[in-house]
Design a protein around this ligand. Sequence first.
Ligand code: FES
Length: 603
Amino acid sequence: MTDQKKPVEADTPPTFSGGFSTESAALSTSSDTPPAHRSAEWFGRAGKYGFIPRSWMKSQGFSAELFDGRPVIGICNTWSELTNCNRHLRELAEHVKRGVLMAGGFPLEFPVTSLGEPLMRPTTMMFRNLVAMDVEETIRANPIDGVVLLAGCDKTTPALLMGAASCDVPTILVSGGPMLNGRYQGRVLGSGTDVFNLDQEYRTGKISKADVEAAEAAMSRSAGSCMTMGTASTMALIAEAMGIGLPMNGTIPAPDSRRAVLAEEAGKRAVRLVEQDIRISKILTRDAFENAVKVAGAIGGSTNAVVHLLALAGRLGVKFTLADWDELGRDVPCLVDLKPSGRFLMEEFFDAGGLPVVMKRIADKLRLGAPVVEGGTMGERIAEARGWNDEVIRTVDNPLTPKGGLVVLRGNLAPDGAILKPSAATPRLMQHRGRAVVFKDAEDLRARIDDPDLDVDADSVLVLQNAGPRGYPGMPEVGTMALPKKLLAAGVTDMVRVSDARMSGTAFGTVVLHVAPESALGGPLALVKTGDMIVLDTAGRRIDVEIDAEEMARRRAAFVPPEPAYERGYGKLFIDHVQQADKGVDFDFLVGSSGTPPSKVSF
Ligand code: FES
């Protein structure tokens, strides 16, 4: 006896044969006949193999009708009170559910580990891969036919996409949206970016402690992610640019009712994706990655997108390397005038027309045939876009900066690469030769940077070691390195800084990041000493230390690796398996996809 319209015959263990599809070109269904949903292997069977999943799920009050073979849409939620930026995602999930039900699907919300940027230590980046594993294994282990991913704070977006990619299920991403603009004493405050400004003002005595405390309350005044062009905004916009998020996914403010409508639409669309067997690998093709790099340049996006997209491409088997960031982004103008590179915030970007306007303005550089989740192509999506404020979204002949892409540097200091964000840098410092002032780790930096006796001047190059993927571990956002107090007081606003760390997407400065191989592995960065001369040649795409080969070899022979920070648990797993920045900081054993092959049952 069963509720199912089309029960799978016999009381035998499930034999579902759906799995990883390597088809990635055209957006078409795999065959003319609709595929049997994988959830039918749980809910569609006769006998105890169907009775048990149905009966126990019915304990939640689900009616028999929901088990009639309709697509099951998992709503993967990173809601958490430890992730303030995602605190509204349970409410947003309700709108997704309504959309799923409207389209004839069966929505099932599930939590995964969340990553709250402001609270987690040592750094959320250390846990991105853990969340990706959580997402991947939860999807694969359960009767889920397709997923709507609810993400917001920085690492939650790449983590969820990576996990879904390794299952290759139909997927759509809904971002939580940016917070409302911060407002304080007649001043507009941007997340992160103005923290750095306020901190420098406080450290130099320009504002009081009471002013800082009041600003804390005024900066983050609604649900949502940072409203500057930080990593969260960048990744939400990139998801939109890659076609895995709906139009305007990146910009609609979190409290705006139109975000709820977008969530409902995503729920409806997820059902269609399952019905048409349009898996994530059919959307996230090489074309999508090319568009992502170009859009990252045009929006002045966060440098963190580099490691996230490299890792995501690795999951999908898309040929995409660090060099692509430079080559594809080289001639893309930065059009979006948002902090930290510019003046405005996400609310203004949304009002000005959002990402479709940006993409339309650089359409000649894009892969317009790339498929998008709502059906059709990116070219069709952006064809009717209209801009409403050319101050916020500049025109191509009046860009914020003519070259918005990231620069990939190589040289004897970074044989496997490093990156620099020119739109956040001081132009005169991008060609620079200066004396290294070396800090052996982040604690050493914190202890000595404000020492009045520190031998440093405005032309020095600050070098930070042991802040890479294995060294810290987790590659934290400490690459910006606060400038020495005595130089700040003297009016210095920027210096060249070099490290194997990342930097916050809301930070700025002439900062060379992601140096690979990292210093903890004995990369050349580990061998630099205070007093060595460092040459940054951005035009020539080089970062070098003026040490001859013999001296370099002597120092290498004397190198002693730091003690690992973890002897057990996830920390040890991370240190033992994390790859370098040029490989996206993914675990070596997580690269690629396993699809959703049949698995054993335990009853
Ligand atoms: Fe969560 Fe910025 S801290 S998005």
